[in-house]
Design a protein around this ligand. Structure first.
Ligand code: G6P
Length: 369
């Protein structure tokens, strides 16, 4: 056991720290920026279907569903294909419209989640084309798919998904860019820039992991609170959901993720001097907007923990704690901004004496309904 954990106290921590490597593994052979090479073998044959697709449906559960939300933003922004992201359990039982021209992307770490498998069987029976994005090679969902791409993150043991999430986002990003290139919906210069930036992501994740000691300190301050709120906008909205899910899964602290602007339609009522609010506020096109959301939280005395881009000199004036991550293109930022949230939930859970790798009531893969 100790050997398998590679010197780390828990599998989850080991898997968090493996991410520079696992993200690289997800890109291996698929992206070589200076050779202008961007190719996912599993998609090549279906490139024409993607070019012609007038809709993509994404089905998944849990953390994989959050990766699906990031993919929605990517495919819509760059490939200009409308995307619906569905909880597999809802999709399979709600009589959805599925057409033969639809492309269904099923995202699953284990490849064994019963609802996701049933959702793709349903879509298949209506003639849709199924792409699996799975981590486990030869898994049921991978086998039931017409084509797909493995995430190559390596075995994930911790029940709370970490490196599988970043691997899914990596693969989905490459897919979206490849489809965008084929459809001619992305400027060449933008595509090149994103390809180069993708190659730099593992180094940025490595840098974000150096925040561990600082995050441990923040965890110590907040470990006994009953509630947490996570806010983000744009590409960081799914990251807010994922940060909240990580915390509740392993620390049993109630946590909610919300789109920052939607806060005023509910969660703002909960904010007082006891409420920690994690705001993912990296420099992007919605930066000014999220700064005003931070002001709204501050006006109600919420305790702000902000994830910001290195060198930000505005938010540190407003937040109680500031965690600086390296700058990245906003479309790629989830791969970096999720790292401190994984570490925060890990340290809080450890300090609360929780079973981090095997939280109560949860299973690594949910193979029954
Ligand atoms: C369970 C796991 C989660 C995972 C979800 C979907 O709830 O605890 O970590 O995100 O299932 O699993 P999948 O294997 O389909 O990605």
């Amino acid at each position: 056991d100790a050997i398998e954990k590679g010197g780390y106290e828990h599998f989850m921590l080991k898997e968090i720290f493996e991410q520079p490597r696992s993200i690289m593994d997800s890109m291996r052979g698929r992206l070589i920026a200076d050779q202008n090479h961007l190719m996912m073998g599993g998609i090549r044959e279906y490139a024409n279907k993607f070019v012609a697709a007038d809709r993509i449906l994404i089905v998944a559960c849990g953390t994989s569903w959050h990766a699906g939300l990031v993919a929605e933003y990517l495919f819509e922004e760059f490939a200009r294909i409308p995307v619906e992201v569905e909880y597999a359990s809802e999709f399979r039982y709600r009589n959805p419209v599925i057409r033969e021209t639809d492309i269904v992307i099923a995202i699953s770490q284990s490849g064994e989640t019963a609802d996701t498998l049933a959702a793709i069987e349903l879509a298949k029976s209506k003639g849709a084309t199924i792409f699996g994005v799975c981590n486990v090679v030869g898994s049921s969902i991978a086998r039931a798919s017409d084509a797909g791409a493995y995430t190559h993150a390596g075995p994930e043991i911790g029940v709370a998904s970490t490196k599988a999430f970043t691997a899914q986002v990596t693969v989905l990003t490459l897919m979206a860019l490849m489809v965008a290139e084929k459809r001619g919906t992305i400027e060449n210069s933008k595509l090149r820039q994103l390809m180069v930036e993708m190659e730099n992501i593992p180094a940025k994740v490595e840098q974000a992991l150096k925040l561990d000691a600082q995050i441990q300190h923040i965890a110590d301050v907040f470990k006994d609170v009953p509630n947490f709120l996570y806010l983000g906008r744009g590409y960081n909205f799914p990251v807010a959901l994922e940060g909240a899910l990580k915390l509740k899964e392993i620390s049993y602290i109630h946590a909610e993720g919300y789109p920052a602007a939607e806060m005023k339609h509910g969660p703002i009522a909960l904010i007082d001097e006891n409420m920690p609010v994690v705001v993912i506020a990296t420099k992007d096109s919605s930066y000014e907007k999220i700064v005003s959301n931070i002001q709204e939280v501050k006006a109600r005395k919420g305790r702000i923990i902000a994830i910001v881009t290195e060198g930000d000199d505005v938010i540190p004036e407003m937040a109680e704690f500031v965690i600086e991550v390296p700058a990245a293109d906003e479309a790629l930022v989830p791969l970096v901004s999720v790292i401190p949230l994984q570490l925060l939930s890990y340290h809080i859970a450890v300090m609360r004496g929780c079973n981090v790798d095997q939280p109560r009531n949860l299973a690594k893969s949910v193979t029954v309904e």
